[in-house]
Design a binder for this molecule. Structure first.
Ligand code: UDX
Length: 430
């Protein structure tokens, strides 16, 4: 099938590569010439395991084309995916200007029946909005349909998630339209759910907000455990083995970051308010998340005060492991708060260092965790990269001046860390 994917951000690039790998002819379009040029040189604008190889394979076979020429992409395709960014406005509302601009461009190039698919995470009602824009700007009465097909991939495992999704949600205005999407996704042999457009749009936000709720809930329980002398890891295990609850997303820590949960919970809150619905459950989820870093920093200050000129090694900058993404990363918030108290910051991350250099000012970038630890008074774990779990703690201790570890992701066992000579502080347990 001929497919056009507009927007080569996380979702668009991975989706385009996967569709090409399944044997489709894919045009990936973006108006950012720098990104398109990079991709045409075989360089990836994001770090994602397996992506570079998949892109190369399909470009070499001529099934995957990167271009800034939207007109060509639209005219060649039967199905057009909109996968552009929907960043938050200051009031939490999703900024749909990129989606609107693309809808208009599609309309101006519509020469034949097309299926326009919203893959971007967009608030309920956006399918309708896109339909109205295309109707208004199309040059003739050429037919089209608008479909919602939200993407559930996670960064760091995007290709695997895209190839093996738990479900494929296809929100359509009529069942006839669903056939093309069913055909496109059939090779994956996964569960497909056909709904109306609005339900598909809500499914995406409801899923992300529910997962965010699980995280904030376990973080609230972690706070309680700290006061009550309980151990949140054991509590999460006990809860998670109830199959109705499930063990995923019950990892207490510094809270959720990244490009989706913070933005999507705020957007859903905005939507609920727009419809006049009470959204206090979401407000609590967001408030708990927003207090994770201040609470952690308060603990660091209480133990190290005064922070003035104390050297702190920060392990992990990416918002989670296996990505170089720093959007809404807790590291940035923590470093800012510690710098405000005049702490001296050394940092190390396995893959996010290049991205961090343009964002973080006044920190020392180190080659590895041991170099970051050298001469430090305290070490804090911000991202749960596997390589941090495997560090030689005795060596780490020798490198340091002080002996504090503040583990924001509970990656170590207290006994192990203490036997290496550290004073250990973690989340939700003594
Ligand atoms: C998320 C959704 O999982 C995905 O379905 C959607 O399409 C996009 O948003 P992503 O943002 O890539 O994906 O990362 P995810 O693995 O879900 O983690 C989000 C954040 O939650 C991270 O900051 C992570 O550290 C945090 N998290 C996750 C926890 O704090 N505890 C957990 O138990 C799980």
């Amino acid at each position: 099938m001929n497919v056009c994917v507009i927007g080569v951000g996380y979702v668009g690039l991975v989706t385009g590569a996967v569709f090409a790998d399944l044997g489709n002819e894919v045009f990936c379009v973006d108006n950012d010439k720098r990104k398109i040029d990079m991709l045409n040189r075989g360089e990836m604008p994001i770090y994602e395991p397996g992506l570079k190889e998949m892109v190369k394979r399909n470009v070499d076979d001529g099934r995957l084309i990167f271009t800034t020429n939207l007109s060509k992409g639209v005219k060649t395709a039967k199905v057009i995916f909109i996968a552009v960014g929907t960043p938050p406005k200051p009031n939490g509302e999703s900024d749909l200007s990129a989606v609107e601009a693309v809808a208009k461009e599609i309309a101006l190039n519509l020469d034949d029946y097309k299926i326009v698919v919203n893959k971007s995470t967009v608030p309920v009602g956006t399918g309708n909005l896109v339909r109205n824009i295309i109707e208004k700007h199309r040059r003739s009465d050429v037919e089209f349909d608008v479909v919602s097909n939200p993407e559930f991939l996670k960064e760091g495992s995007a290709i695997a998630d895209c190839l093996n999704p738990d479900r494929i949600v296809i929100g359509v205005p009529n069942h006839h339209v669903a056939m093309a999407l069913l055909e496109l996704y059939a090779p994956l042999e996964r569960t497909m759910l056909i709904t109306d457009v609005e339900s598909a749009e809500v499914i995406k936000y409801a899923s992300n907000a529910f997962l965010a709720t699980k995280i904030s809930f376990i973080n609230f329980i972690a706070n309680l455990c700290e006061r009550a002398g309980a151990d949140v890891s054991l509590v999460a295990k006990g809860m998670g083995t109830d199959s109705r609850i499930g063990k995923e997303f019950l990892q207490a820590g510094l809270g959720y970051g990244g490009s989706c949960f913070p933005k999507d919970t705020l957007s859903l809150l905005h939507t609920a308010k727009k419809f006049g619905e009470d959204a206090s459950i979401l407000e609590s989820v967001i408030a708990i998340n927003q207090d994770r870093v201040p609470r952690f920093v308060r603990r660091i200050i209480a133990r190290l005060k005064p922070l003035n000129r104390k050297v702190i090694a920060v392990l992990g900058l990416a918002f989670k492991p296996n990505t170089d993404d720093l959007r809404d990363a807790k590291s940035l918030e923590i470093i800012k708060a510690l710098q405000k108290k005049n702490a001296v910051i050394k940092v190390y991350d396995p893959v996010a260092m290049d991205n961090a250099r343009s964002i973080l000012k006044g920190v020392t970038f180190c080659k590895n965790a041991y170099e970051a630890a050298r001469g430090a008074d305290a070490l804090i774990v911000v991202t749960d990269w596997n390589e941090f779990k495997l560090l030689n703690l005795e060596k780490l201790h020798q490198e340091m001046r002080g002996n504090f570890i503040f583990d924001g992701r509970n990656i170590y066992s207290k006994e192990r860390v203490e036997s290496a000579g550290f004073e250990y502080h973690c989340i939700g347990k003594q």
